[in-house]
Ligand binder design. Structure first.
Ligand code: GLA
Length: 756
């Protein structure tokens, strides 16, 4: 769409003619006003220059420079990506990198986007099979254009009418680049895309890199992994049809041996795609590191008809000189200011209640009303009814697909419950799992052909359910239709949109066999388009992306959902690690975290209510406990903690996060600090797993304060050492630090600093 709009603007600047016309320098200056964003942001400039003499493109934004050049073969080559350089520094023209007769330059030259052809042995960005059997694709520069802080570079095959428009958009505040590629078939026949990426990030040549990435599974998402980047390739991927938890589409690369999380060069990126994806990190034959990301090539193909265009997902890439901490803060800023719905001012997350862990599928009017009364007393702002309210849903064996209110459980529909919630000053949220169907449902009995399947082959069930083929227009219409009706007929403020299994047998028998694999793309596109259309028709509705926990968290879905659910594991100690990993890539402002009962179902571990609250208060707070079992003391404590949370909510959800002590590698402690955007408040959470041999809790050295400003300190949980002054300078809190009086097992403390 976007490309189409800009197509007319793409001025063909055939290289020689550009030089003839004496085009010396094209400069676009995008000044982004600080007021338009937020008070933390300073006025930042983003600029894109093209030097027609050297044929070098240079992009500068925030603290980053990114430089590309057209080499003598017309390839687009990365020349620099890193710390912002003075404008006076000029880059010489790009030159192909050659090695030997066995390594053709197409393989050894660090290209931004390369087709598979002409002797390429590294990961291609695009591989096509043409109807005559040709599989050779050699892309060369054709033209470029500039539009504000966006650069479009058009590449074309040396013979065929295959065009690829590379789009670069610079984020002025963070220096993060957003890339995508649009493939256009201007030949007379269809061709088949067999592999396609959004682009390749090339790092400065080096052998001392360390890769960080996120792995996991149900109930154990967002584990942070580290490994050296060695010759060869590491593939991060999902083959599951959706994002998955096995890997999350994010990476960060820094220099091995850098131990300070707030110091050193870090190159990082994330893919905005909720279907099967892959990111390859490759150290090539000349010790160059390339990161290529896009559609997963396994079992992939996409038939692009004559005249059609295919736009890849966005691949975001950034650089920080402030270590991995700085890299994650840049990601958080980008998400809040440029990606989440209602950016640059997404709404703060309300404190919600959800009865899933308390009632499971046993929801009914009386039970939910009773819980609602109790929740309202605590200061809860949103009441969410989870699974079990529809069709013949008594357990996970039946009902998915039948999205009408179960009249035995709710004889008068949802209205009495919603009215009661409104009278208690809470709004209403509802659980749905739109892309799924149980074979035991009216929908499946009526439309058995609507699911992903290969005719005559078994249909493997996961959680007793099958996946509806959302790529089909009739399925898309059904899913949009029932959601639209639900939202029209009920005053619903929030949908928890769940997705509880991965794909199997991903056949689409209704289309010609050659086009069946288009499902990998069309499914996800329809998912996004339903979300977009619902949001447009029902702008007041907020949405959470949940997938049996955190299996659908990525920058693609976050364009359409206000929050995400990181894990079904609500054990507050396990959550410290899950949340720690989550925040490498994603903002705590979108991270739901519930306080649930103790001992938890996960580990049978007992934790104090205060500990459970503090763990959840590092994100977007929710309560998922069985309030029917709470004592008056529990209610009093919860009321106090929720009131405290409302005082720090904006800081936690929007501020700058510092991992003072990370819970990784079985650390006995975990400490986070967040400084508000206006710098007036900082909040610190400290957790002790278990103390040993009389050692005191490590001293906590704060970060991100103004050294000369005076801050007063207040603990709202746990105890600070007796000699802690009531107030001191930012320099004191950062250099002298704070002693927290923590001993024992599973202990906690939390305090705020307020700038005077
Ligand atoms: C998934 C979600 C849970 C809950 C159940 C309901 O597992 O992650 O939070 O909604 O489904 O069936």
């Amino acid at each position: 769409m976007m490309i189409e709009k800009n197509k007319e603007k793409i001025v063909s600047l055939g290289l020689r003619s550009a030089i003839r016309k004496g085009v010396q320098l094209l400069v676009i200056l995008a000044v982004v006003s600080a007021c338009a964003r937020n008070s933390r942001a300073q006025t930042q400039t983003a600029s894109i220059d093209f030097d027609a003499t050297t044929r070098v493109f240079r992009m500068d934004a925030a603290k980053v420079s990114y430089v590309l050049g057209l080499n003598e073969a017309g390839e687009l080559q990365t020349l620099y990506w890193g710390k912002r350089l003075p404008k006076s520094d000029r880059f010489s023209a790009a030159k192909q990198t050659g090695a030997s007769a066995f390594e053709m330059p197409v393989s050894t030259t660090p290209q931004e986007f390369v087709g598979w052809g002409g002797g390429l042995f590294v990961e291609p960005d695009l591989k096509i099979t043409f109807p005559d059997g040709n599989r050779d694709l050699v892309l060369k520069y054709a033209s470029h254009s500039l539009d504000g802080n966006r650069l479009f570079i058009v590449m074309k095959d040396i013979q065929l009418e295959v065009y690829v428009t590379l789009e670069y958009e610079l984020d002025a505040e963070t220096g993060i680049l957003r890339r995508s590629a649009t493939i256009e078939n201007r030949t007379k026949e269809s061709f088949t895309i067999e592999q396609v990426a959004s682009g390749t990030w090339n790092l400065p040549r080096g052998t001392d890199y360390r890769l960080r990435y996120l792995t996991g599974r149900w109930a154990a998402e967002f584990n942070v992994q580290q490994q050296l980047v060695r010759p060869g390739k590491t593939v991060l991927e999902s083959r599951r049809g959706t994002t998955g938890a096995q890997n999350n589409p994010w990476f960060a690369i820094d220099r091995a041996g850098e131990n300070d999380p707030e110091h050193g060069d870090v190159w990082f990126g994330a893919l905005g795609w909720s279907g099967s994806w892959q990111i390859t990190v490759e150290q090539d034959q000349l010790q160059q590191v390339r990161v290529t990301g896009g559609m997963n090539a396994f079992d992939f193909s996409y038939v692009l008809k004559s005249g059609e265009r295919f736009q890849t997902p966005y691949f975001y890439g950034g650089y920080s000189e402030e270590g991995i901490g700085g890299a994650s803060r840049l990601m958080h800023s980008l998400e809040v200011d440029s990606i989440l719905p209602h950016h640059p001012k997404p709404k703060l997350r309300p404190v919600l209640y959800n009865s899933w862990e308390a009632t499971a599928f046993d929801v009914d009017e009386a039970g939910q009303l009773a819980l609602a009364d109790k929740a309202a007393n605590l200061g809860i702002e949103r009441f969410v009814m989870d699974d079990g309210w529809f069709g013949e849903r008594k357990n996970d064996h039946a009902g998915l697909g039948d999205w009408w209110v179960n009249r035995q459980k709710f004889p008068h529909g949802l209205k009495p419950l919603i009215d009661k919630l409104h009278s208690l000053n809470m709004d209403f949220g509802l659980w749905v799992e739109p892309e799924m169907v149980n074979p035991d449902s009216e929908l499946y009995r009526k439309h058995p052909d609507w699911v992903l399947n290969f005719p005559g082959r078994p249909r493997t069930e996961g959680r007793n359910q099958l996946v509806l083929n959302l790529a089909r227009p009739d399925v898309r219409a059904y899913v949009f239709g029932f959601l639209d009706k639900l939202l029209n007929e009920n005053d619903i403020a929030f949908l928890k949109w769940d997705y509880n299994r991965n794909w199997s047998e991903p056949g689409w028998p209704a289309v010609p066999p050659a086009e069946e694999k288009n499902v990998y793309v069309d499914f996800t596109r329809n998912f996004y388009s339903i979300l977009a259309e619902l949001r447009q028709k029902h702008p007041q509705v907020e949405i959470e992306s949940c997938s049996g926990g955190g299996s659908r968290v990525d920058l693609g879905v976050m364009q359409y959902t206000d929050e995400v659910w990181p894990s079904d594991n609500t054990d507050a100690f396990d959550r410290l690690s899950i949340q720690n990993g989550f925040t490498y890539a994603y903002t705590p402002g979108a991270m739901m975290a519930w306080v649930t009962d103790s001992p938890t179902w996960v580990n049978q571990r007992s934790l104090s209510l205060e500990y459970r609250f503090l763990s959840s208060m590092q994100g977007s707070l929710g309560i998922g406990a069985n309030l029917n079992k709470w004592t008056p003391e529990d209610f009093a404590k919860a009321k106090q903690m929720i009131a405290e949370y409302k005082q720090i909510r904006e800081t936690v959800q929007r501020g700058a996060l510092y991992r003072l002590i990370s819970p990784e590698q079985n650390s006995e402690q975990s400490v986070t600090e967040t400084v508000s955007r206006d710098g007036r408040q900082a909040v610190t959470f400290a957790f002790l797993h278990s103390s040993h041999e009389f050692y005191p809790f490590p001293r906590v050295f704060l970060r991100g304060l103004q050294p000369d400003a005076v801050y007063s300190i207040k603990a709202f949980a746990g105890r600070l050492a007796e000699d802690t002054p009531a107030q001191a300078s930012g320099a004191y809190w950062m250099q002298r630090g704070i002693d927290v009086d923590l001993r024992g097992d599973f202990q906690d403390a939390a305090f705020t600093l307020a700038r005077q």
